[in-house]
Ligand binder design. Structure first.
Ligand code: HEM
Length: 483
């Protein structure tokens, strides 16, 4: 009996302590959010927005986690107008002029701390993640030769060789479909119907010349080193012994960027705590880094010499003629893979989808292309994708691409920028140093004052029939300015 009362006293005590701890923690958390809101050091209280967004970054993190950041911010602008407070420190500004004022070369803004969440290889920064102006200029210099038009055109033979494999696979499926046969190859399954083959065409092709082999295998899996850093250490070492695991590359890419945005909108000190609850996603993110490091490692000991993104990265030098070290090379390779593959895959996927949905547009585009390139299967058709120099001046093709990028910008969120120490004025409103400002691309591309009441409709003709200059000022799928 004595022991029972003793245990009862302990449990009540623990229960009492836990309750008090919970109450104290709740009070601290509430005060930590409400006091800064009331004190309003940056003078943002006048800006409307969802109440939760005004007091906490939780609102932005929540919509980012669920992949709704573009539509939620768009809806908030429809409700609240041009200026919307989307976090205690960030104001989203929906106006074509805000685009230049926030991102233009003379704006003086820098990237926000969100970009730190994209860094891997022990936090090594890339041209994309660095926030420092001087470091960014250095990195841009190293990579500038890769991004020139001349360099991109030099990649055409690589793209054609991949495209040939893809078309050959698709042709085989279509021939089988025409004979009423279904089948599967790798992870691609097709069904016959109406003399055609029906399958999910969302295949992915990636940045470096050789090592992923996904098109050949018709599946999106690839082998990666289990340790990112071991792969980095093995650069240039013939016969290095690495442990490998097979992963889905597309899943790693898709998870990494979405999850980095979610983590990035949280305060930096909260990120490691939150990460503990998302070990699978952290693993996927790390897998992407390993995938890149494994590809670089394989490529560096390969005897085949080829001109691809990696060879161009290896040629890069800063103003003191120094090449990149291993960590920086890894970070920049990851940057190219992350920035270049998902964006091109999702925009070409979207444009293909819009064309399939709009047979009239598709027929008009086909006719326009046939006039320039000759009919499919004709003398001038060698089966390759048309070279850039033959199609660069086809206005209707550009209008179709622009219209697809308008409705489906791979990067639709407002890219967060920090107001410089001198403060800045946007659309006549003064913003204090340190405030985060952004202009949301997804909403900008649907602004009725620019695109009209049919902004949601895929209509490439709007580009030739409407006011192209005004539209281009509100069109920013690639952002604008030095980044
Ligand atoms: C349809 C295709 C693409 C779209 C829509 C797109 C869009 C963008 C956008 C909006 C940014 C600005 C990001 C920010 O400031 O946070 C950006 C940055 C960047 N993109 Fe792309 N991109 C595309 C393709 C590519 C490709 C193919 C590459 C290279 C292989 C690439 C490399 C980069 C790099 C390195 C940056 C960082 C620039 C910096 O911060 O200085 N992108 N891209």
């Amino acid at each position: 009996m004595e022991i029972q009362s003793y245990l009862h006293a302990i449990t009540s005590n623990i229960y009492g302590n836990t309750t008090s701890l919970f109450v104290v923690l709740t009070v601290i958390i509430v005060l930590a959010h409400v006091v800064p809101y009331l004190a309003d050091p940056a003078g943002l209280r006048a800006y409307p927005g969802p109440i939760l967004a005004k007091v906490s970054k939780f609102w932005l993190a929540w919509v980012a986690y669920h992949g709704h950041i573009n539509t939620s911010v768009h809806n908030a602008h429809e409700k609240y107008g041009t200026f919307v407070r989307i976090s205690p420190v960030e104001v989203s500004i929906l106006h074509p002029e805000a685009l230049q004022q926030i991102y233009g070369h003379t704006s003086g803004t820098t990237k926000s701390d969100m970009y730190g969440a994209f860094a891997q290889f022990g936090g090594t920064l890339s041209v994309f993640t660095t926030r420092d102006f001087v470091e960014h200029t250095r990195k841009r210099k190293i990579k500038a030769h890769i991004m020139s038009l001349k360099s991109v055109v030099e990649f055409e033979p690589i793209m054609h060789s991949h495209q040939r494999i893809l078309v050959k696979k698709w042709d085989r499926m279509c021939e089988a479909g025409a004979k009423g046969k279904g089948g599967e190859e790798g992870s691609c399954v097709w069904q016959p119907g109406n003399g055609r083959a029906w399958f999910d065409c969302m295949q992915c092709d990636l940045a470096f010349g050789s090592p992923f082999g996904m098109l050949d295998a018709v599946r999106d899996t690839t082998q990666i080193a289990t340790s990112q850093m071991a792969a980095v250490e093995s650069y240039g070492v013939e016969g290095a012994k690495l442990e490998y695991v097979t992963i889905s590359a597309v899943e790693a890419i898709n998870t990494a960027s979405g999850f980095a945005v979610f983590l990035g909108v949280l305060p930096p000190w909260v990120r490691p705590i939150v990460s503990c609850f998302f070990t699978a996603k952290i693993k996927s993110r790390d897998n992407l880094g390993s995938m890149v490091a494994t590809a670089v490692a394989k490529r560096l000991v390969s005897s085949v010499s080829r001109q691809d993104l990696l060879s161009k990265l290896l040629e890069g030098r800063d103003e003191e003629d120094r090449p990149m070290g291993r960590q920086e090379l890894s970070a920049e390779s990851l940057c190219l893979l992350g920035a270049g593959s998902d964006t091109t895959a999702s925009s070409t996927g979207a444009i293909t989808y819009f064309l399939a949905q709009n047979p009239t547009v598709q027929a008009k585009l086909q006719e326009t292309l046939d006039q320039v390139l000759g009919p499919p299967g004709g003398d001038s058709d060698n089966g390759d994708a048309a070279p850039y120099n033959k199609i660069k001046n086809i206005e209707y093709l550009q209008d179709v691409i622009n219209e697809g990028l308008r409705l489906h910008s791979p990067v639709g969120m407002g890219l967060p920028r920090v107001v410089p120490a001198s403060g800045m004025t946007i659309l006549g409103k003064a913003f204090a140093p340190g405030t985060v400002v952004s202009c949301p691309t997804y909403a900008l591309h649907r602004l009725p004052s620019v695109w009209g009441a049919d902004a949601e409709v895929f209509d490439p003709d709007r580009w030739s029939q409407g006011d192209r200059t005004t539209m281009l000022k509100a069109f920013a799928p690639f952002s604008t300015g030095p980044r």
